[in-house]
Design a protein around this ligand. Structure first.
Ligand code: HEC
Ligand code: HEC
Ligand code: HEC
Length: 423
């Protein structure tokens, strides 16, 4: 009897401990002395470094205002659980980070814990930023504190119950591990590819599939992620990239300039270029590319060219292409410099999943400004001007003709959830 009683007491106590463990603050250690040393070092160099790191970590992509003010917040970010807004991170005392210390900033970035001790939603990519170096977080802090404070209140998050309960994130953080690069040793410490790619660049946040809780499936790192509206962030594994015809050099060009023979940056990738990778120096670009693929990628081995399954449909697709697209993309899909990219080498045709191709065809691409003064004019969307059948025939034609992919599009693919139904 006595044994049973103690066993019950033990189990209850163990239960209480287990239930509260997640609520224990999960803060990383912050070295105040080191921070003082960093923050009192050469101000100009520190701020310049902070600015560079803010670009490498792409903070603006999420923290700008909808009208483009860099750190003023309010940009809606769609998640499967509801809308979350990037917050105001200008040094405004009421709405921004005016009251943050450098330690508060570090815990927000590395641990996802904001100044008032509450969890941040993982839409703030702290699963990636977790191992940010303290001196880098301090430099980011120093830079952000030089910005003009903007009085702009943060919109409330649009999350329904129970997702609006921040304490539940304790459990989320317990079961969804953060990225660790402790074992990765590529590159020198200054131009460390793992650090730039995994931590600052947080490339996995889009390019790795997620579990039902929205956590990253780290065991399938870089195998490709599906974003809102079925948009695909393609696989960045060496095999995946090689299959679509990437070379090391083209990858570096793509990250620096946004344009390569394999395509232009579109959809969610364009802001990555716009606020981040174009500002990285050559060494850091090379470090990212080197980390992802190493120096040599196997050359593309196109599988035996698929035959058009329906020659009439193939011909109809060709006719539409010539009539509607060739004026910009060239009669044989060869592209026109400064007007439109080639289709013959374009990866959106080489992906088994046609989602991104369909998105571009239906919605078009807005006018985008690339580095070096290159401007791509707007590509119109064809959702209104081409019939469903015309779009299907056209996409199938292009996939077979230039992508080496089978003509799998049907009426169902076009009207259903693009990404899922096509996979
Ligand atoms: C992928 C989008 C994304 C990126 C990139 C991002 N953030 Fe955030 N951040 C968010 C979101 C969304 C929130 C608000 C989350 C919430 O409400 O729980 C947030 C919250 C914060 C907060 C807390 C502000 C507060 O409410 O007290 C700070 C500080 C912050 N981010 C700083 C940064 C810095 C610095 C960077 C770059 C190193 C950065 N963020 C990059 C999405 C992002
Ligand atoms: C008015 C000129 C114009 C017309 C007409 C046009 N496009 Fe485009 N297209 C562009 C431009 C410019 C881009 C690159 C946009 C950017 O990246 O800023 C582009 C991009 C694309 C892309 C994506 C490239 C990538 O790398 O992601 C595809 C696919 C594409 N077009 C297919 C078509 C098809 C199919 C048609 C005919 C139905 C068509 N386009 C008609 C100008 C045009
Ligand atoms: C906000 C989501 C997002 C983030 C963050 C992101 N990407 Fe992407 N990426 C995309 C999407 C969507 C595409 C497909 C559209 C395109 O090709 O432009 C893409 C395309 C690419 C491609 C071209 C793949 C192909 O075959 O067409 C490369 C290479 C790439 N990303 C590298 C990176 C690297 C490196 C990082 C980190 C520095 C990164 N991406 C971060 C969303 C993202």
């Amino acid at each position: 009897m006595r044994f049973l009683k103690w066993a019950v007491v033990f189990i209850v106590l163990a239960g209480i401990v287990a239930a509260t463990v997640p609520f224990w603050p999960a803060k990383s250690t912050y070295d105040e002395a080191a921070a003082q040393a960093t923050l009192s070092s050469d101000k100009d160099a520190l701020i310049a470094r902070g600015k560079y790191l803010v670009a490498a970590a792409d903070c603006v992509a999420c923290h700008q205002s909808p009208d483009g003010a860099p750190f003023a917040g309010g940009l809606p970010i769609e998640t499967p659980f509801g809308v979350i807004h990037g917050t105001n991170i200008t040094p405004d005392a009421d709405n921004g980070i005016g009251a943050y210390s450098s330690a508060d900033m570090y815990h927000a970035i590395a641990d996802g814990i904001r100044k008032d001790g509450q969890w941040l939603y993982p839409a703030m990519p702290y699963a990636s930023y977790h191992e940010i170096r303290q001196e880098d977080s301090d430099a980011i802090y120093a830079y952000l504190m030089t910005q003009t404070p903007v009085k702009r209140a943060n919109p409330a998050t649009g999350l329904p119950f129970p997702f609006n309960q921040r304490w539940l994130l304790s459990y989320w953080n317990l079961v969804n591990p953060k990225i660790s690069i402790a074992d990765a040793t590529s590159g020198s410490s200054d131009h460390n590819g793992a650090y730039l790619t995994e931590v600052l660049g947080h490339c996995q946040e889009c390019h790795t599939p997620r579990n039902l809780m929205g956590g990253l499936k780290l065991a399938s790192a870089y195998e490709g992620g599906v974003l809102g509206k079925g948009i695909l962030a393609p696989s960045l594994t060496p095999a995946g990239l090689a299959e679509r015809g990437w070379t090391a050099e083209d990858l570096r060009t793509f990250l620096k300039a946004g344009i390569a023979p394999q395509g232009t940056m579109t959809l969610e990738m364009f802001p990555v270029l716009d606020h981040s990778t174009q500002y990285l120096n050559e060494e850091d670009i090379a470090a990212i590319q080197g980390y992802l693929t190493g120096e040599t990628l196997p050359s593309r081995q196109p599988s035996e060219a698929p035959k058009p399954t329906d020659p009439d449909a193939h011909k109809r697709g060709r006719d539409t292409y010539v009539a509607v697209c060739a004026g910009c993309h060239g009669i044989e899909g060869e592209g026109k410099p400064h007007i439109a990219p080639p289709m013959t080498t374009n990866t959106s045709l080489r992906l088994a999943d046609p989602s991104n191709l369909l998105h571009v065809l239906l919605d078009g691409v807005p006018e985008q400004h690339y580095p070096n003064g290159e401007v791509m004019q707007e590509m119109p969307g064809f959702a209104q001007t081409l019939s469903e059948q015309e779009l299907i025939d056209l996409a199938n034609y292009m996939r077979v003709e230039w992508g080496g992919q089978p003509a799998i599009l049907t009426t169902e693919t076009l009207s259903g959830d693009l990404a899922v139904s096509a996979r």
